[in-house]
Design a protein around this ligand. Structure first.
Ligand code: NOJ
Length: 556
């Protein structure tokens, strides 16, 4: 058995901008996180993943870095960071940083230099190319709408940006770029951080020649992905990074990787490949859309089960899965996969049960532990996210109405995840004494941390219980999974087995009562109920009738 600390932990993701504002400027900050460490300790999480806190002009909220060695002005100082690291470690909580190295900000000194002239020593740190037929060098499109190229008058060439215009892509084929990045990673690791979440790390190697893609062959709404997703030299680079940096520290790594299947994922995470520990894939995030994230369709439980089981089987004994249902780029999970109205509490607990009893490392996104929901945005002025705003502008040009667009954005915008953390029922949900940088979800009087801590049946205490449970039951981490009811559209059920411990997990993903017939060999053993999201006192019968969004975990 391949035992590792990063398999046994629960990670809590903090979006610092929206977590807690200590100085009243309306923006969350590092001292604010320090003030809330005891809250996270109480919840029981072992690791914090911080979204980017480096110096940044914030075109994409910190994913556009202008200096890797400095802290974003709004978030505080390097002293604040050192204190955060120290205070977290004191409480037994590790800190994982976001590593954003597919691109920098256009205000990074490397880019400022590279822009100056065609023979600048930094020119080759990025992709500069002459135009073609009066337009950009190729037909690739950007994740944030429009072409992936920007023309620069000074030298009369274009530069590549897979994301925003202010996020030029670094040229990893240049060994000097790689060495600069490794040096920077070591600098942070030597400070004592405990790992990296690597932003779009499977996009760093582009096919030589940057060829045109076939028009119309989009993936995720993009043209060009096949020439940079899981590109030709990505494994060579990650193995080099592992050899030169990662392998020298006892840390955890998780790569964010759009466009991966389990077969591709194996190449990144299998133990003997010496690349990364785990990945964030997107297969389950794509279940409820077709073509692009904006094209929404209903999702099916059987699809979720198939995807999760397929990933479990593919990486079993060879690699490791990460488990998430939302993050700073996704809608709130209870609004998307549960019911954020009459069954908000029940469905938030049900989804938590899945994440914390499946095999893999669970990632909790801030606010998930109190069942925070999507926000109702009333007009386009209330949105802040660059992806949302660029897409809106593009769609307006195509003649779409505000009404139509708002309906989609109210399901899909990344801003649902970015409304401030709801701490209490005072003004601005207790997030700031100033004016918050983004709208506070109006439901904060009902859904907030203070209220959750006062209610023993809250979503918070359910998470706490699941986290504790994981610590005491190695079966959760290391146990095999056997699926039951594979083709059922309402029931998600499986057993977990490890050494002499065996668990049964049964969940009803629907608003109706649903029946579960336990296999005879299970109910005759008089299973003991360990966890449930409703008050029940029965032990298992042959037939269980599950209430809406009911979840139960039994020891067999
Ligand atoms: C993925 C990050 O999660 C997202 O927030 C960001 O906008 C892009 N990568 C670009 O860095």
């Amino acid at each position: 058995m391949h035992k590792k600390w990063w398999k046994e932990v629960v990670v809590y993701q903090i979006y610092p901008r929206s977590f807690y504002d200590s100085n009243g400027d309306g923006i969350g900050d590092l001292p604010g996180i320090i003030q809330k460490l005891d809250y996270l300790k109480e919840l029981g999480v072992n690791v914090i993943w911080l979204n980017p806190i480096y110096k940044s002009p914030n075109a994409d909220n910190g994913y556009d870095i202008s200096s890797y060695y400095d802290i974003m002005d709004e978030f505080g100082t390097m002293e604040d960071f050192d204190k955060l690291l120290q205070e977290a470690h004191k409480r037994g909580i590790k800190i994982v940083m976001d590593l954003v190295v597919n691109h920098t900000s256009d205000e990074h000194k490397w880019f400022l230099e590279s822009r100056k002239s065609k023979d600048n020593p930094y020119r080759d740190f990025y992709f500069w190319r002459p135009g073609k037929n009066g337009g950009p060098p190729n037909n690739w499109t950007s994740f944030f709408s429009g072409p992936a190229w920007e023309y620069d008058e000074l030298t009369g060439e274009y530069y590549l940006h897979l994301f925003a215009v202010k996020q030029p892509d670094l040229n990893w084929d240049n060994p000097k770029v790689r060495q600069e990045i490794y040096k920077m990673m070591k600098w942070w690791l030597d400070k004592g951080i405990d790992g990296f979440r690597m932003d779009v790390i499977n996009l760093i190697s582009k096919v030589e020649g940057l060829p045109d893609d076939k028009e119309g062959e989009k993936q995720g709404g993009l043209i060009g992905f096949r020439y940079y997703a899981n590109g030709p030299r990505v494994h060579e680079y990650l193995q080099e990074m592992n050899r030169e940096v990662l392998s020298k520290y006892d840390i955890m790594t998780v790569g964010e990787t759009p466009f991966v299947t389990p077969e591709i994922a194996k190449l990144y995470v299998e133990y003997d490949r010496n690349e990364l520990n785990m990945l964030f894939h997107f297969e389950h995030m794509d279940m409820d859309c077709s073509g692009s994230k904006w094209n929404i369709k209903p999702w099916k439980l059987t699809d979720l089960k198939k995807i999760m089981y397929k990933w479990y089987l593919a990486l079993k004994d060879k690699g490791w899965n990460s488990l998430y249902l939302n993050n700073h780029d996704q809608p709130r999970m209870v609004s998307r996969f549960g019911n954020d109205k009459e069954y908000r509490v029940e469905s938030a607990k049900l989804l938590a049960t899945l994440l914390h009893t499946w095999q893999g490392t669970p990632y909790i996104y801030q606010g998930e532990e109190i069942g925070m929901t999507n926000c109702k945005f009333e007009s386009i002025d209330e949105f802040r996210d660059i992806e949302t705003l660029n897409w809106y502008k593009e769609m307006k040009k195509l003649g779409k109405s505000d009404e139509e667009l708002l309906e989609i954005l109210n399901k899909r915008s990344r801003d649902h995840a970015r409304t401030p953390m709801q701490w209490d029922d005072s003004e601005n949900a207790g997030f700031t004494k100033g004016t918050p940088w983004i709208k506070v979800n109006p439901n904060y009087k009902e859904i907030n941390v203070k209220k959750a801590l006062e209610d023993k049946n809250s979503v918070f205490y359910y998470y706490k219980k699941l986290i504790e449970f994981r610590k005491r039951h190695p079966v959760i981490v290391y146990g095999d999974i056997q699926m039951l009811y594979e083709n059922d559209e309402k029931i998600f059920a499986y057993t977990r087995n490890y050494e002499d411990e065996r668990l049964l997990v049964v969940m009803n993903f629907s608003e109706e009562e649903s029946e579960f017939l336990a296999p005879k060999e299970i109910f005759t053993q008089k299973p003991e109920l360990l966890i449930s999201n409703y008050e029940i006192d029965d032990n298992i019968q042959e037939k269980i009738v599950l209430k809406p969004y009911e979840a139960r975990v039994y020891k067999i």
